[in-house]
Design a protein around this ligand. Structure first.
Ligand SMILES: C[S@@+](CC[C@H](N)C(=O)[O-])C[C@H]1O[C@@H](n2cnc3c(N)ncnc32)[C@H](O)[C@@H]1O
Length: 288
């Protein structure tokens, strides 16, 4: 088995099918609507410019929704939004999205085509320690090598009233069950780690960082995974296991065990003839 992340085209394809079949972005939207205004309510007090850093911003869909909440809280204030994103295709899509979105006149966008670690190295080399009013890392911490060091680095870039927001899969999700049970037999490599909010909580507690955790209920319809030869089902299985062509390349015994696991109540619930995988997310808001 090969890691899915090593095949970029297939990764993007399976991520697209995942978004189509899950309430991933909807549950984030609900968080942005209901909770984010409270989280950002004092980040820009007394400032003429609000500095926002998006780490792993992807194609910007969630970023723009968060930005609209900052605009609503601080009308007319200039926003400097910088994005760290290593994937050129994602940056291209982000720029396209910005170009066709209205009401962004007071926001200056800058994209850095690099990883979080490359950004840190570049800043250190340039002896820069620019501070930020809001830093967010949405569904990206799986892809950094040293997670505690990454959190520590970005945390110390926070201004006095700033917030660091991390969104990733919840410790109560089916992901936690699947990864803890089968992670060691899946093609985990140094590009991706199977972590959940439960692991992040341990890191934050041991670093003494004050934080608040919000649970975001979400599910993914994985019914098609149980239809032999179904293309979307195969892409979803790849996404679940982070393995490229899991259906065709996994050892038969492992495949059978995982297929059985996916139906169990620890991972999924069956409703109206559908198998709904528990895709709950956590949003963790960290104080400066
Ligand atoms: C699952 S996507 C999430 C995108 C977006 N935040 C969202 O929620 O829609 C993860 C993003 O992190 C980016 N990424 C991967 N490794 C990274 C790293 N080491 N540093 C920063 N970003 C990274 C990927 O290119 C991808 O755009």
């Amino acid at each position: 088995m090969r890691s899915l992340i090593a095949d970029h085209g297939r990764y993007v394809e399976s991520f697209r099918v995942f978004l189509e079949n899950s309430t991933e972005h909807q549950c984030m939207q609900e968080f942005i609507e209901k909770q984010l205004p409270g989280v950002i309510s004092s980040i820009g007090n007394g400032k003429s410019t609000i500095n926002i850093l998006s780490v792993g911003g992807g194609a910007g869909e969630i970023d723009l929704q968060m930005l609209s909440k900052v605009q609503a809280r601080y009308p007319g204030v200039t926003i400097n939004n910088e994005v760290i994103e290593p994937n050129a295709g994602q940056i291209f899509s982000y720029k396209e999205r910005v170009a066709k979105t209205s009401n962004l006149e007071n926001i200056k966008f800058t994209w850095h085509k690099e990883t979080a670690h490359e950004y840190e190295s570049r800043m250190n080399a340039e002896k820069e320690s620019k501070k930020w009013d809001f830093i967010h890392m949405v569904q990206m911490l799986y892809y950094v090598k040293d997670i505690p060091a990454t959190i520590r680095y970005f945390h110390q870039l926070l201004e006095a009233q700033a917030k660091l927001l991390i969104i990733l899969v919840s410790g109560t999700s089916g992901w936690e069950t699947l990864w803890k049970k089968y992670g060691s037999r899946l093609p985990l490599n140094d590009l991706c780690s199977y972590i959940t909010s439960a692991d992040i909580k341990v890191i934050l507690d041991s670093a003494g960082l004050k934080h608040q955790l919000y649970e975001l209920p979400s599910h993914m319809d994985i019914t098609s995974c149980f239809m032999e030869g179904n293309t979307d089902g195969e892409l979803l299985l790849d996404f679940l296991t982070e393995a490229c062509e899991f259906s065709k390349t996994a050892p038969p015994e492992l495949k059978q065990q995982i297929m059985e696991e996916l139906r169990k109540p620890e991972c999924s619930e069956e409703r109206d003839g559908k198998v709904l995988f528990n895709n709950n997310l956590s949003a963790i808001v960290i104080e400066p």
